[in-house]
Design a protein around this ligand. Sequence first.
Ligand code: ADP
Ligand code: CDP
Length: 439
Amino acid sequence: MLRRGALALLVPLRRRSAMATPPDRRFVVELAGSELVHFSLSDDDNNHRAPPRCFLPRPGRCYSFCLPAAGSPRERVRAARLHRLLQRRLSQEQPFGVGSAALALLSYSPSREAALERGFLVQDERRAPEIERSLEELLRHLLPAPVHLAVYEVAEGGEVRCALWRLDGAAQGRQLVRRARVVAEEEPALHPAGAHLLEDAVFRSRGAARRILEECTSLIPEAKAVLDLVDQCPQHPKKGDFPVIVIEGLDATGKTTLTQAVKDSLNAVLLRSPPPSVSQWRKIFDDEPTLIRRAFYALTNYILASEIAKASSKLPVIVDRYWHSTAAYAVATEISGKVQNLPPLHHEVYHWPEDLLKPDVVLLLTVSPEERIRRLKGRGMEKTEEETELEANTCFRQKVEESYRRMENPTCQPVDASPSREEVLKAVLHLVKNQCHLP
Ligand SMILES: Nc1ncnc2c1ncn2[C@@H]1O[C@H](COP(=O)(O)OP(=O)(O)O)[C@@H](O)[C@H]1O
Ligand SMILES: Nc1ccn([C@@H]2O[C@H](COP(=O)(O)OP(=O)(O)O)[C@@H](O)[C@H]2O)c(=O)n1
């Protein structure tokens, strides 16, 4: 049974180019442990490059396919939701999941940034015929024809060979498009998804995020409610005369505790992000692909901005998370691999949006991983999927924190939040009173 709105996904994605694999197409797959493997397909007998570090379980087999990721907001929304649906099917539904794993695959062209495609590399360690059969059936059912399915095997001598098949619609037939060797490729200077962050995950303006959620109203009814709330907010709310201080940081660094204490000490207004007016819809959007989820959080920051503008005309304002959370988690989610794969310092993705009310001070609470886990356990609350991800995935946590540290104008000023509640409060009040010229 297709999920709500999934049938609408079948609105034809942009027709794929007739050539299945343009000449300079590259692939990158993220293995367990955040290791990236870059490779390409070569049928040039003079290309004696070795196969990539192996993504092929022996004596297994692998399959891969991709969806276009670039295009209009409508095309990107449908491709993102289709990708999310496939991710669920490939990890939760029989016969997948048992003895097979679906890894995130990116297909890109070094010469054509817009040619980014997102897909999966399915590892089948048992070479089970039902995996190939079920995968083909899934692709015929969910993806607009023609679909290209690559099948990888290890040939004698350790070579990795690929057969590329073209599946035309519901008909059972498939045509062999090409056979090629799989060869290792150098890691490009910039992560292939980096150039797309600004339109796919870190929105540069209220309009850019709005255009994505507008395309969701027929698929997610709550999107309309969010858009209505955003549209009631002034376009460029002005900050009042009182200081606006934002507290940022990973889960369980002590933001909730500290912001409450600072509120009491400064007789400030405490605002949280996302604001209460939209928090009932978070679970719905947290369940969506990054493109839609981050557009939701980006828009909630604009709703929060109008609340900050009003509150800061009367009292100091302390904010628990704001735009830096949205951007840092978006970057860390979209950029696979390790910290070194993040966009470089001063990249536009770290710059505050021109049309969003800017705070006076942003403090980044930092604690050791061990202290965070202690506090997570101490909090005893149900862990969100993301917190579980953070706890399980040191690499993801490092990418979030490093993204926070790279933010500019305003920067996120690190504050050691490991000491006691009282000591952290004292240090923060000292910082804030100095920087905001408070008595
Ligand atoms: N300075 C601190 N020292 C020890 N425990 C703390 C400190 N600050 C917060 N905690 C505890 O850590 C847990 C997480 O704090 P919380 O404020 O909820 O973090 P966040 O809002 O960043 O997720 C809570 O149980 C809280 O009581
Ligand atoms: N302005 C914001 C606020 C939260 N978020 C997302 O919401 C997640 C957790 O928010 P939360 O408030 O439940 O987490 P805690 O503050 O309780 O640690 C963050 O990890 C972000 O992914 C966001 O993207 N943008």
